[in-house]
Design a protein around this ligand. Structure first.
Ligand code: UT7
Length: 332
């Protein structure tokens, strides 16, 4: 009997309207468009404005986009997994809020927390439910409102990140298309280099933690950079090797958009030319869990049934991984 594969059958996305340019950042912190462009590749990023708006509000727009494109109703979705680092609340899960706001009345939902690798971790988790035959329609969302945890006085972090949401629908495929393989890794020793110091159970929020700005992203950029370059390139090369893939038969690399130099190191290691690499960091910055699905969303019309696609990510935790997908459809 042919194995059931979990295939992506639709993609949705949403980025907020407000564009924060490098030029505007020059008026906020001591930086230049030239420094940001040459060190990261970023020119602008989107920011979610509006009182009371959270990650779920962007995710809901992405989910609605996906349902419309696939021409199905929200009640058909059985499970929603939300990968996020900036949940609406500590609890309940943002997946629950999205399900409520988007009318996924028959779905159960939960969040996955794996920083920038969260979308890959959630995708692999969701695939198990499809491959086992338990579920037939699952939405995986990657969303972050990074602007809610950024210190706009810290030029080393506030220039990198942006807000956005992307999502995919997973359905069973009997033709061998869909998720083929995944390598996922975690090294908790890396947590000290990229994390949020307060607000969890180790250091609950107090007036002092707020005054000390400990609810913002803390990153030792150079160290994270070194680990990211090595591990993302290694894991992408490993998944190619163990699946007998070469630069010729890989159609696309979908890399996490953290830094153009990290993406270049990964694609060089894979031997891929630039035209096979999805890069939109210049327009969106690093949207953390949003980067991979937002790339798929933007490139969807260029993807073809049977294309070999590698997704790769590295993030806080440390977490990293690569997933190999055989694309399942041509966009109508
Ligand atoms: O997605 C999650 C995982 N995160 C990542 O993958 C991020 C990995 N790290 C990076 O992408 C890079 O380390 C950064 C983009 C964060 C920083 O680039 P860098 O080339 O590693 O710069 P650096 O931290 O080594 O700083 C070099 C210099 C410093 O000045 P001095 O000490 O040499 O005088 C910084 O103070 O650049 C300075 N600097 C800036 N200058 C202008 C740092 N940020 C800025 C800025 N504008 N925004």
């Amino acid at each position: 009997m042919q194995k059931i594969h979990a295939a992506i059958t639709a993609v949705g996305g949403y980025v907020p309207e407000y564009i924060l340019t490098n030029k505007e950042l020059e008026t906020i912190v001591d930086t230049t468009d030239e420094w940001i462009t040459t060190r990261t590749g970023i020119k602008e990023r989107r920011i979610l404005k509006g009182e009371g708006k959270g990650s779920s509000d962007m995710a809901v727009e992405a989910v609605k986009d996906l349902l419309k494109k696939r021409n199905i109703g929200p009640e058909e979705i059985e499970l929603i997994i939300c990968a996020t680092t900036t949940p609406d609340y500590q609890f309940p899960a943002t997946a629950n809020v999205i399900a409520d706001k988007a009318g996924l009345v028959n779905a159960f939902g939960y969040d996955v927390s794996a920083a920038c690798s969260g979308f890959l971790f959630a995708l692999t988790t969701a695939a198990q439910f499809i491959e086992s035959g338990r579920n037939k329609k699952i939405i995986v969302v990657g969303v972050d409102k990074m602007s809610s945890i950024l210190n706009y006085e810290d030029r080393a972090t506030c220039i990198i990140f942006g807000d956005g949401a992307g999502c995919v629908l997973l359905e069973p495929n009997n033709e061998g298309l869909g998720l083929q393989d995944s390598i996922l890794k975690t090294d908790g020793a890396g947590r000290v280099f990229l994390h949020q110091k307060a607000g969890g159970s180790v250091k609950p929020a107090t007036v002092e933690t707020v005054m000390a700005k400990e609810h913002f992203v803390y990153q030792e950029g150079q160290t994270v950079f070194k680990f990211a370059v090595k591990n993302m390139a290694d894991v992408a090369a490993e998944i190619m090797e163990r699946n007998g893939l070469t630069a010729d038969n890989v159609a696309w690399l979908v890399p996490h958009q953290a830094n153009k130099r990290i993406i270049a190191a990964t694609s060089e290691r894979m031997g891929l030319p630039e035209e096979k690499v999805m890069i939109n960091i210049q327009r969106y910055g690093n949207t953390t869990n949003g980067t991979l699905p937002l790339c798929l969303w933007e490139w969807e019309s260029q993807l073809h049934k049977g294309d070999n696609i590698i997704l790769a990510a590295f993030g806080g935790g440390f977490t990293w991984g690569a997933t190999y997908i055989k694309w399942a459809y041509d966009k109508q």
